[in-house]
Structure formats: structure tokens, C-alpha cells
Ligand binder design. Sequence first.
Ligand code: AMP
Ligand code: ZN
Length: 146
Amino acid sequence: MPERDCIFCRIVANEIPSYEVYSDPNVKAFLDINPIAEGHVIVVPKEHFQGVSDADPESFLNVMDAARRISLAMVKSSFAEGTNIFIANGSVADQTVFHLHVHVLPRRNGDDINWNQWWQSKVKHVSEGVMSQIRQTLVEIEGENL
Ligand code: AMP
Ligand code: ZN
């Protein structure tokens, strides 16, 4: 069911204009209105899900596969040299639009994204003991029926 107050549902329903770059029965993709690189694309399921947590596996895979194809098209056509593909999941992860979406960010040599620089500045030291505990915790969680 489309959500009346959801901006991406309204884009899917063509109630709000967008620069559509891809559409199929399940998925739509359009240019991000505040791009951090030229050709920054947002890929959404046509059905409303808040995020990763409430999407069914098939809908999630449909969106990811569209992101894969858009990314491939960008690189094959030399529109970009590579891409970053990412999802903000939950407000703590800086999700701001609560309709599941994948960012496809075109990357070009010498662009100003500086992902590695930012990443390196965040790297933490975690002891071997804590790494083992975390691994055990995650294995147990994944064993639950998700
Ligand atoms: P986030 O929820 O942080 O993953 O990001 C939401 C993204 O949606 C931001 O990059 C916004 O610029 C983008 N956005 C918000 N409204 C629109 C819109 N009307 N058309 C296209 N992109 C949008
Ligand atoms: Zn929605």
C-alpha cells in the first residue's frame, strides 16, 4: 500500500516529479535531488517498506539487482569509473527517508568523495578477545529464524 506521507511512494505514483532512470514492475530508480556526485541514483521498491528490517527477501533482492544493473550500465558506458552502493538502515544509520532505498553513487578518479580518508579516520582498535566475543554473538543471532 502506498503511504500518503511517504515522498518515495509519491514519486512511484508520479504525484511528485522525478528524473526517472529505470523502472520495472517492482522497482523504480531516479536521480537524487541532492546529489553528492553527478548521476547519484536512488533505487526504490515500488511497494512501501520502511527499510531493510521490514522488506521481504524478494523485494530486497529486486532492488539490489536493479542497483547492480544501474551500476554496471554506468561503468560500461564510461559514465563512471566505479560506484559505491549503499543503504542507510534506521535513523541511527542516518536514514532520512523511511522508504527502503539504495544509493548508487558514481565514482570518478580524482572526485571529492574521499571515502578512504574518512574510513581510515574511523578505524578502531578492537582486542582479539572482544573480536571473538562479537563473532560468537553474531553467529548466535544469525542462527535465529530471521
Ligand atoms: P537517506 O535516507 O539518508 O539514505 O537519504 C535519502 C536521500 O533521498 C537523500 O540523499 C535525499 O537527497 C534524497 N531525496 C529526498 N527527497 C528526494 C526527492 N524528492 N527526489 C529525489 N531524491 C530525494
Ligand atoms: Zn513509501
